[in-house]
Design a protein around this ligand. Structure first.
Ligand code: 13P
Length: 418
């Protein structure tokens, strides 16, 4: 059986499966009774040998493709570059609708020029590449130039930041479920990704969600896992390292144990289907939610508890071949997200444990900017401060001394869409 498109390097192995033995009722001697021999449809006794030979089951040959894709070496290299010590990902891939909400929060209109001005500010922050190894872009930004007319992908490359691209097409209601959603975007994905690669992208992101208060139903978990696995296989075929992101939403009153239980199930399914789709684990990155209590749970967890639960989950479910675990912030405050990451890096881990934050890197930066050109430098400093704090947390060396009260404010939004 051929599982994936067979590239020139793919190596085909054949396995011979032994024939099944006949069921008792099919045994030839069971047919050799005198009564049966009288029946006209049976072969003559002299023909028995020939008939038995013809009816004997033949060995079945199964061809298996052991995957070796054209981009394998490059994928491993890209993933390792992104998962390099003291660095993580800047998620700046808000869709135009979400970016509009961010701009509205500082009194700006959602125009292409305003989105361009804000994204220019982010990517041109001096020395950003010391702390940031990859930047996830929305399609508009991948093809956009800065306000000074330089291609954004070129600025990133100069900063030694790998450009990435959000490739999912967002969430829609999942028919037959308990008000849950599924993530669209597989149709035409291969050709879109081939074009993104040409444009300079080297990794991709697909975010689907699982809601604890709405179940989660078996159907929603399976759909999320299968979609991620297909996306991961298609991305690898097109030279993009897939970031696999089944976000377990913070929404709900549940405690940390329930989050742990759901996360175990979600990651088990995701790896099961990724293996079935022949995804190469050395060439992927994960973007999990940290294991925390629901946002409306009265019992709060310390960074040490979040770290214990999250690392336990990772050890149980994630093979060490995976190079990097790049957490999302999911509505935690800037400081909380950094503290939790720092707690997880107090000892050695088999994977690079780092960040891929959007809100927890950008919140203060956006407010500081406020859409005013004279605030660009201060806003870039605010971004660099958070990037550096998370870089230290990746190395397990962060302390929250001197953090502003504002950076400790949570950013949880009920039913958040990205
Ligand atoms: P947050 O860090 O804001 O949760 O963003 C998650 C995400 O998927 C962005 O790419």
């Amino acid at each position: 059986m051929l599982f994936r498109s067979c590239k020139e390097k793919a190596c085909v192995k054949e396995r011979v499966v032994a024939p099944c033995s006949p069921l008792p009722s099919e045994k030839p001697e069971a047919m050799a009774s005198a009564t049966l021999l009288k029946s006209s449809f049976l072969p003559k006794k002299s023909e028995w040998g020939a008939t038995r030979q013809a009816a004997a089951p033949k060995p079945v040959t199964v061809s298996m493709v052991v995957r070796a894709g054209a981009y394998d070496d490059e994928l491993v290299k890209t993933a390792k570059t992104i998962a390099s010590p003291g660095r993580g990902i800047l998620a700046m891939d808000e869709s135009n609708a979400t970016c509009g909400k961010r701009l509205a929060s500082i009194g700006l209109e959602n125009t292409e020029a305003n989105r361009q001005a804000y994204r220019t500010l982010l990517v041109t922050a001096p020395g950003l590449g010391q702390y940031i190894s990859g930047a996830i872009l929305f399609e508009e930004t991948l093809y956009q130039s800065t306000v000074d007319g330089k291609k954004i992908v070129d600025i990133l490359t100069e900063q030694k930041i790998v450009p990435g691209i959000k490739v999912d097409k967002g969430l829609v209601p999942l028919a037959g479920s308990n008000n849950e959603s599924w993530c669209q975007g597989l149709d035409g994905l291969a050709s879109r990704e081939a074009a993104y690669y040409q444009q300079g992208a080297r990794f991709a992101k697909w975010r689907t969600v699982v809601s604890i208060p709405n179940g989660p139903s078996e159907l929603a978990v399976k759909e999320a896992a299968w979609g991620l696995a297909r996306y991961a296989a298609i991305s690898q075929d097109n030279g993009l390292v897939p970031i696999v992101e089944p976000e377990i939403l913070l929404d709900g009153e549940h405690g940390i144990d329930r989050t742990f239980e759901v996360a175990q199930k979600v990651w088990a399914e995701t790896f099961f289907y990724m293996a079935e789709n022949n995804v190469m684990f050395e060439g992927i990155l994960l973007k999990p939610s940290m294991v925390t209590p629901g946002a409306e749970c009265k019992d709060r967890a310390t960074p040490e508890q979040v770290s214990d639960y999250t690392l336990k989950l990772l050890h149980r479910r994630i093979p060490p071949a995976v190079p990097g675990i790049m957490f999302l912030s999911g509505g935690q405050s800037e400081v909380e997200a950094t503290q939790n990451l720092n707690a997880m890096n107090q000892g050695p881990n088999p994977w690079h444990v780092s960040f891929s934050y959007a809100r927890a890197l950008q919140n203060t930066c956006l407010k500081t900017w406020g859409g005013q050109p004279e605030n660009v430098k201060a806003a870039q400093d605010a971004l660099l401060l958070r990037a550096k704090a998370n870089s230290l947390a990746q190395l397990g060396k962060y302390t929250s001394d001197g953090e502003a009260a504002e950076a400790k404010e949570g950013m949880f939004v009920k039913n958040y869409v990205y």
